[in-house]
Structures are given as C-alpha cells and as structure tokens.
Design a protein around this ligand. Structure first.
Ligand code: FAD
Ligand code: DHB
Length: 389
C-alpha cells in the first residue's frame, strides 16, 4: 500500500492532522495500537485554547464543540480561604473553551469516517523504516498479517509511550526530563460542578482542582502520592480529602455522588529534541509532556499540528521544504515557553514533600504578589489562554 503521510497514533494529535491534511487533498493512513473504544474511553484534558478551537474549525470538525463547549472568561486560584480570580476577558480580552478531549476525539473519528479516511486499529508492532531516506515506509501487523505502507512522510503522534520517538537514534536525540514527587487522582461524577469556572486550590493538605465537562458532569482532581493506586481511594475517601482542600465557601456548595471514572496520572516535564529526523516528525505527547497544572498538554500538541500541517501542505503543493526544515525549531520554541509556564503553575500550587519553611513562605509570597499585581495576572492570563503560534 502507498499513502502520502502515515500517521502513527490515533489520539487527538494524529486525528487532527489527518483531518486538516484531508481538506487539502493529502492522503493519510492512521495506525492506532489500541481499539477505537479504548481510545474513546480515555478521560483526559478539558480546557482548550482558542488556537486549538480554530484548528478544529479549519479542519471542519468544530460544529458540536461550538454548540456544546463552554466559553470561560477567567479562572480562579485559591489558597487557603482566599480566592484570586484571573479575568482573561478584562486583562487581555480573550477566553478559553471547556470541551472534553474525549468529545474532541469522538468528533474527529466521526469526521474521519465521513470522509472515508483509512484508520487501522489494533495495529501491532508498528515500525518506522528508513525515515532518514527519501523513501520511508512503515510496517505493522493486523489480524496476524504483516503489512507495509510506503509513504512520503511519517507523523509520529503516538504519545509518550509510542515507537516514533524511539526511532530517532539515541546519538541524535536529546531528552530533558523532570519528574514531580506526586501524581493527580482524577474523578468524574454526574454532579453539578462546584464552581462555574475552573478553580485551582492550594491548601496545607495539597492541591485540588475543580473542573467540569458540562452542567451536570464534574471533573475533579487531587494531588496524591506516587505510590497511591486507584483502588486505595474509595469515592468517600476522595470526597473527604477533596472537600478539605477547598476554601470553606466552595466546599459548602460541593455536591458529591458516585464516580463514573477514576484514574491516577504521574506528573512530569519532558522534551525531546529534535522533533524531526529526516522524514519523521514528532507531534504532541510523543515529543513532550507537561505537568497538567495549566491545561497545556493537548494545546501544545495542537500547536505542533499547526506547524506540521502548514509545512506538509507547503511541500506537497509547491515542493518547498522550508517549513519542514524549520518544523522542529519552530515547535520547540513554543514548547519550551509552555514548559516554563506549566512548571511554574505546578510549583506555585502543589505541596512538595521536601518543601522547607522558607519554600512555603516564598510560595505564599508568590500567590500574594499575583493577588495584588495586575501585571502578574496579565502574564498568567497570556500563558493560560495560549501563546500565539
Ligand atoms: P495521546 O492522546 O497519548 O495519543 C497517542 C495515541 O497513540 C494513543 O491513542 C495510543 O494508543 C497510540 N499509540 C501509542 N503507541 C503506539 C504505537 N506503537 N503504534 C500505534 N499507536 C500507538 N491537556 C490539555 O491541553 N488540557 C488539559 O486540561 C489536560 N488535562 C489533562 C489531564 C490528565 C489527567 C492527563 C493525563 C492529561 C491531560 N492533558 C491536558 C494532556 C493531554 O491529554 C495530552 O497532551 C494529549 O492526549 C496528547 O495527545 P496526543 O494525541 O499527542 O497523544
Ligand atoms: C482539566 C485538566 C487540567 O489539567 C487543568 O489544568 C484544568 C482542567 C480538566 O480535565 O478539566
């Protein structure tokens, strides 16, 4: 088989790229290791930058998001009993959209079905060959049969544990990593959200986050120990701990109920350089991970897709390779700024096991500075709604 671009990984990065390229008449095959139901069952991100929303519009898949997504004009940072509202609208005249990654992925698969895009699920042993030549190809096994796809380019959109990044020789690849000494335990419940806006809360017991998917579906998180397992946390234990980490005025409004999903994610900062090796491009979590405090993972994936999409259209339409050659540098310039912001938000809002009394005072001073300084709030708002592409 032959196609123009093999997309390894059928998560949001791969699907969005496929849809954008399809609109430009560029043929793709998506190879996904898991089943479709598995991919669609994952509960992850919820906050979308307008840059992401615009890409979904450009891909022609924004109709439901525009109808059902919630525009948020601000967010709240609480510490102890104090709440600091960051008004994106007032500070910089911009907003974010709350619409679940699960829904984004669902809409992208529906769109791919409508246009007859080829997707292979349960693709095992995906291997990328000759990426540094003019004739790359990808092999995989499906239903016990080995297949080969020849192509012009390979987009590695297969997440942190994928094969694409490992394809870049270790002598060329440099990885930067910081692991945090805690994880996030997330819970989804069919209860009305406790706050109209996303609320980040730092208490003496650690971090908590109040988010939502819609008027009757809440998404909440708490900082937990890395050794914790989901089975260690009954719903009752979660609610009891969560409640204690919120300002009393918020906790009093909290409506609890049975969880419909619970999961634990470790927190890490990670960047792989470069993001291109010959005709292979890394996108999204395959190339970088941010700690989730700042809601940047999916949004950073979208900026990669923006750059790669334009580079591929340029080369297929005119033969000009300038975009492809600049892809890694362009994507990384934005990624490192987003890494900085996510690292800063994480340090600002979590309790670290090794924090000294001095560190605690600095953390408090930073929050008080943010409360009192419109300039500091503006910097937060600019980063939160998304840096320009
Ligand atoms: P993935 O979603 O990981 O998709 C990669 C796909 O590749 C998967 O379907 C996988 O099965 C497939 N794959 C893997 N290996 C192979 C292989 N060898 N062959 C073929 N296929 C393969 N981001 C935000 O922007 N905002 C948020 O609010 C936010 N909140 C988050 C909350 C949590 C709890 C977590 C865990 C993440 C959050 N993120 C958030 C991050 C966001 O979910 C990720 O950045 C996003 O999923 C990245 O998309 P992706 O397509 O690059 O990778
Ligand atoms: C959500 C996740 C985040 O990481 C975040 O910072 C805000 C909201 C969410 O899942 O809704």
């Amino acid at each position: 088989m032959r196609t123009q671009v093999v997309i390894v990984g059928g998560g949001p990065s791969g699907l969005l790229l496929g849809q954008l390229l399809h609109r430009k008449g560029i043929d793709t095959v998506v190879l996904e290791r898991q089943s479709r139901a598995h991919v669609l069952g994952r509960i992850r991100a919820g906050v979308l930058e307008v840059g992401f929303v615009n890409l979904m519009r450009e891909a022609g898949v924004a109709e439901r998001m525009d109808r059902e997504g919630f525009v948020h004009h601000g967010t709240i940072l609480a510490h102890g009993e104090e709440q600091i509202r960051i008004s994106f609208e007032e500070l910089i005249g911009r907003h974010v959209v709350v619409y679940g990654q699960t829904e984004v992925t669902h809409d992208l698969y529906e769109a791919r079905d409508r246009v007859g895009g080829k997707s292979v699920f349960n693709a095992e042993g995906v291997t990328i060959h000759d990426a540094d030549s003019d004739a790359p190809y990808v092999t995989y096994t499906a239903n016990g049969t080995e297949h080969r796809i020849d192509c012009d380019y390979v987009a590695g959109c297969d997440g942190f544990h994928g094969v694409s990044r490992q394809t870049i020789p270790t002598g060329i690849r440099k990885e930067f990593e910081q692991v945090y000494p805690f994880g996030w335990l997330g819970l989804l419940s069919e209860t009305p959200p406790v706050s109209d806006e996303v609320l980040y809360s730092l208490s003496d017991r650690g971090f908590a986050l109040c988010s939502m998917r819609n008027a009757t579906l809440s998404r909440y998180y708490i900082q937990c120990a890395l050794s914790d397992k989901v089975a260690d946390w009954s719903d009752d234990a979660f609610w009891a701990e969560f409640r204690q980490r919120l300002p009393r005025a918020v906790a009093e409004r909290l409506v609890t109920g049975p969880s419909i999903e619970k999961s634990i994610a470790p927190l890490r900062s990670f960047v792989c350089e470069p993001m291109r090796w010959g005709r292979l491009f890394l996108c999204g979590d395959a190339a970088h991970i941010v700690p989730p405090t700042g809601a940047k993972g999916l949004n950073t994936a979208a900026s990669d897709i923006h750059y790669l999409y334009h580079a591929l259209v340029q080369v297929f339409e005119s033969g000009e390779t300038e975009g492809i050659e600049r892809y890694s540098e362009q994507a990384l310039a934005r990624i490192w700024k987003t890494q900085r912001f996510s690292w800063w938000m994480t340090k600002l809002l979590h309790r670290f096991p090794e924090q000294s009394e001095f560190d605690l005072r600095i953390q408090r001073a930073e929050l008080e500075f943010l409360r009192d300084s419109r300039d500091a709030q503006t910097v937060l708002a600019q980063n939160y709604v998304g840096l320009p592409y």
